[in-house]
Design a protein around this ligand. Structure first.
Ligand code: KG4
Ligand code: ZN
Length: 333
């Protein structure tokens, strides 16, 4: 089956052609420059940019794949969660294509797409498994007993991990998005230089809380600035990053143990973080778990994960009615 996947839930215009488990083309149009000076995604600007770039990107994705639109078996599109204006651009384009070519429309949950990236990366990987989904808008641990069934074991009660990375990076004057900047700086820093709080670490729940860490880190920086004290930015970045990553790894592996899962998947934009990847692989490996973390380009928002999730839904006989709309708060489970 050949499916075109469209992802426009946030600020990346992702379009891909996937044939069964193989990515034939995948284009990602970034809008970083557009939002950088605001220090975060401006929804109205994002949707206008999607509007400009989506149609040419669809043509290019088909060209790169060497596939004509008539050969497509379906159009898969992210229907939520995300910014409503951004979602609408992708969903409208997908509906038009489905209608014109007389092929099924498959609506995909963005978070399900992130998890699907792991199946694209590792053919043969099967549920049951535990997944950590960490992005700019979400931080949760899920249990996937079988394909298509998600149970949320825990989630952030305040900020998402990516949001925390971006806010702290901005506070100390780093570029946008902040996650990759902190990751890069942290490589030269000592993660044990400063001890920042690990919220809910010892709690039995699988929930996360990141606002306390954010407040503590901001206070720490302000105190030093008030005293006119310099601090080493790489040490700071590494210590802050460690406080986030340690809790995520500990809780995810504990969930895997409790569920008796032998595989763990890490998905979403923050899964691009080099320290999270290294610690999860190291600690998971120590426990004999199969830890799957897709390559960075499959972790951040992309159309291939949406196409792949669409193929799975299509194979189950699912179809999305052409009069269905996007849902900015679409739930996973
Ligand atoms: O999944 P994603 O591309 O978009 C959303 O669905 O939110 O995730 C974007 C988030 C941003 O907050 C970004 O700072 C973060 O992922 N991110 C990272 C890294 N690369 C991207 N965070 C930490 N370390 C990274 N290397
Ligand atoms: Zn995402």
């Amino acid at each position: 089956m050949i499916v075109l996947g469209i992802e426009t839930s946030c600020d990346e215009t992702g379009v891909a052609v996937v044939e069964d488990g193989r990515i034939r083309s995948s284009l990602i149009g970034q809008q970083i420059e557009l939002h950088a000076r605001y220090g975060g995604v401006v929804p109205e600007l994002a949707s206008r940019a999607h509007l400009r770039t989506l149609n040419p990107a669809i043509g290019q994705a088909l060209d790169h794949a060497g596939v004509s639109a008539r050969e497509l078996d379906a159009i898969a599109v992210t229907v939520g969660p995300g910014f409503i204006g951004s979602l609408l651009v992708g969903v409208s384009a997908a509906k038009a294509l489905a209608l014109v070519f007389g092929i099924p429309l498959i609506g995909v949950n963005h978070l399900e797409g992130h998890v699907e990236a792991a199946f694209l990366d590792r053919p043969g990987l099967e549920p049951p498994l535990v997944g950590l989904i960490v992005s700019g808008g979400h931080t949760m641990i899920v249990w996937l007993p079988e394909h298509g069934r998600f149970e949320i074991l825990g989630a952030t009660i305040d900020d998402a991990a990516g949001e925390a990375f971006d806010k702290i990076a901005r506070f100390v004057g780093l570029g946008y998005p902040g996650g990759p900047e902190i990751d890069r700086l942290a490589r030269d820093g000592n993660p044990a230089a400063h001890r920042f709080p690990r919220a809910l670490m010892a709690e039995p729940s699988y929930d996360f809380s990141l606002s306390g860490l954010k407040t503590a880190v901001i206070r720490w920086v302000r105190e030093r600035r008030a005293r006119g004290e310099e601090f080493d930015l790489p040490d700071f970045a590494a210590s802050f990053q460690e406080a986030i990553v340690e809790v995520q790894v500990a809780k995810t592996l504990r969930a895997a143990e409790e569920k008796g899962a032998s595989s763990v998947v890490v998905a979403g934009g923050v899964a691009a973080n080099s320290r999270l990847r290294a610690l999860m692989l190291e600690e998971g490996g120590r426990r004999g778990l199969d830890v799957v973390i897709p390559p960075v380009e499959l972790c951040t928002d992309n159309g291939a994960m949406i196409a792949a999730a669409g193929i799975r839904r299509l194979a189950r006989g699912e179809r999305t009615p052409l009069d269905a709309g996007p849902d900015p708060n679409l739930a996973l489970a």
